[in-house]
Design a protein around this ligand. Structure first.
Ligand SMILES: [Zn+2]
Length: 570
């Protein structure tokens, strides 16, 4: 090399070196230029998923559709399709990792066996590690440890598959500490050696977990701020020579609906805050929790581009991330990183082995799942965004009121939008429409096994509670039973939007004592509805799923409620 060309290289700078290094990595895909000396860097491919929520069967309704890269809405998801896509996208440099909520809030097929069917399949598909999600705590840390370490369920015993062996992967929680001792409650990181280099994975879960998981599930645990927790582990890994670092974080942002899965703009929230502030030593931020698909680049604190991605939910998207690790520095060459979201379409041949596996569990659960419990006259949908009223949310509130009237003297019921997990569809996928709702379908809508509760609130407290639906950080509209009507004026400032509250047509006074039914998650102050915790005379009733099933049975055929209990002024 002449001095002149050396100078040119220096001017071209780091970018040129980065591109050169990257072209070495893609040489196998395009049989072009031979590297003239041994590669100075090695390729790594990550395939990532998040928020699978035990969806082994193809999810139905809006949860089984997604906007693809061409702007078309297509059917997506299902473990057998996921397996096929994973195989097609895998090469010898591939690691499968995840960003949490793989289990919990699952369809009956998985939930009936404490999600063992899902984690066993993920193990089979080669999952190496995952961040822990808030839903992994739904049944508590002891149960999560059983899932990882093995042993049969202490109450329900062994599943039909026999003694539970545990998983070969761990759920990571670098910001999950044991209260008191301050020890890590879960492994904080995972190191994988691939192609002679080490890649470190740091797992994080949203620090808001205590406010979105039932209190019993997170008892004795402390959830600390994500960035500080990750940076601490990052320093430790770097000291040990693990410079290629990936954060798997179960927290994310929202997007504009209808956006391509490969697009970036996100509504800046907790996810981008974390992505922007993590130590520059961390090379990738793979997120979850908000069930959105995006591929973003956000500047790290050193001013370098760093990818920040998410792959929707329910197994509808796989994120592929390719990069080169420098053999000398052991670090990721940032300019080599390329990320792409792939929709898990159902136009491919489903993986036969996975399909057979899912069928086995389907057969096992069928006697419970296929039991008809009622009928509907049309699709009854939810509002997954949580910003408005929805027919299905209203129906659930009506069911909850009916189940708590007698024992708890409830007058109204309020349901959290996040707890309505799927639409009720007139036609099940693959069968013609008959409007029959099975236990399995009802369970998919209400999978949490929450207890129904009733507390007394004053009229003033009820107003304050309803005002908590709108906060600076977002909107969560509670679904009201038919007995409750009010006006929500969205043109007014937060905190003074609710007026004209009526119960069965009669205006509510501030001093009035009202029996309010809700699930134990809300009554415990979940989703930020702290006014619920001021309630008195607590009464506990049946499970929410039992209330829903009983109502469907007693009132069939059920037409979609009109969703006109709240009068919105916009
Ligand atoms: Zn989550």
């Amino acid at each position: 090399m002449t001095p002149a060309s050396l100078t040119r290289l220096a001017v071209a700078g780091v970018a040129a070196l980065g591109i050169a290094a990257f072209s070495v990595g893609t040489a196998s895909a395009a049989p072009a230029a031979k590297p003239h000396k041994p590669a100075t860097s090695v390729p790594v491919r990550l395939l990532t998923i998040n928020d699978l929520h035990g969806n082994l069967e193809p999810p139905t309704g809006s949860g089984g559709r997604i906007v693809d890269e061409t702007g078309q809405t297509v059917d997506a998801g299902g473990a057998a399709y996921l397996a096929t896509h994973l195989k097609q996208l895998s090469d010898k440099n591939t690691l499968l990792v995840a960003a949490g909520d793989l289990i919990g809030a699952s369809p009956l097929l998985s939930a009936a066996y404490h999600d063992e069917p899902t984690v066993a399949l993920l193990d089979k598909l080669g999952l190496k590690t995952s961040a822990v999600g808030n839903h992994e705590f739904d049944e508590g840390i002891t149960e999560l440890r059983r899932i990882m370490n093995g042993g049969c369920h202490p109450v329900d015993g062994c599943s039909p598959a026999g003694r539970w062996k545990g998983t070969s992967f761990d759920f990571l929680g670098a910001n999950v500490l044991e209260e008191g001792s301050g020890k890590y409650a879960l492994p904080p990181f995972y190191i994988k050696k691939i192609n002679g280099v080490k890649v470190g994975f740091i797992g994080l879960v949203t620090q808001t977990t205590p406010s979105i998981v039932t209190a019993a599930g997170i008892k004795g645990l402390q959830f600390t701020e994500e960035v500080a927790a990750a940076n601490k582990v990052s320093k430790l890994l770097a000291k040990e020579g693990v410079k290629a670092q990936v954060v798997l974080v179960h927290e994310g942002d929202n997007i504009t609906p209808g956006q391509s899965p490969d697009a970036c703009p996100v509504v800046p929230g907790a996810g981008s805050r974390i992505a922007a502030n993590l130590d520059p030593q961390i090379d990738l931020v793979i997120s979850g929790h908000s069930h959105q698909a995006y591929i973003c680049k956000i500047k790290d604190p050193a001013g370098q581009d760093r990818y920040y991605t998410q792959g929707s939910s329910f197994g509808r998207v796989i994120t592929q991330i390719d990069f080169q690790v420098d053999r000398k520095t052991h670090d990721v060459i940032r300019s080599s990183v390329v990320a792409d979201n792939h929709v898990v379409t159902r136009t491919v041949t489903p993986d036969p082995e996975t399909a057979a596996y899912v069928q086995t569990w389907k057969d096992r659960v069928s006697t419970v799942a296929n039991k008809p419990i009622g009928t509907i006259t049309a699709n009854i949908g939810r509002d997954a965004s949580g910003v408005g009223e929805s027919p299905l949310g209203d129906l659930i509130a009506d069911a909850q009121l009916e189940a708590t009237k007698t024992g708890g003297n409830a007058e109204i019921a309020l349901m959290n939008p996040g707890g309505v997990r799927a639409d009720l569809t007139y036609a099940q996928s693959g069968s013609e429409g008959d409007g029959v709702v099975t236990y399995g379908e009802a369970f998919t809508v209400q999978p949490f096994n929450n207890l129904m509760q009733v507390v007394t609130l004053t009229g003033a407290q009820l107003k304050a509670l309803l005002e908590q639906q709108w906060t600076a950080s977002g909107t969560k509209v509670l679904l009201p039973s038919a007995s409750l009507t009010y006006t929500a004026d969205l043109t007014k400032p937060i905190g003074s939007r609710v007026s004209d509250i009526k119960i069965n047509g009669t205006a509510v006074t501030d001093a009035q004592q009202i029996r309010v039914a809700a699930n134990n998650f809300l009554v415990g102050g979940g989703d930020g509805f702290t006014v619920f915790t001021q309630g008195t005379n607590l009464w506990s009733g049946p499970l929410d799923i039992d209330a829903f099933v009983a109502y469907l049975g007693a009132h069939s055929p059920i037409a979609p409620p009109a969703a006109n209990r709240i009068t919105f002024v916009k």
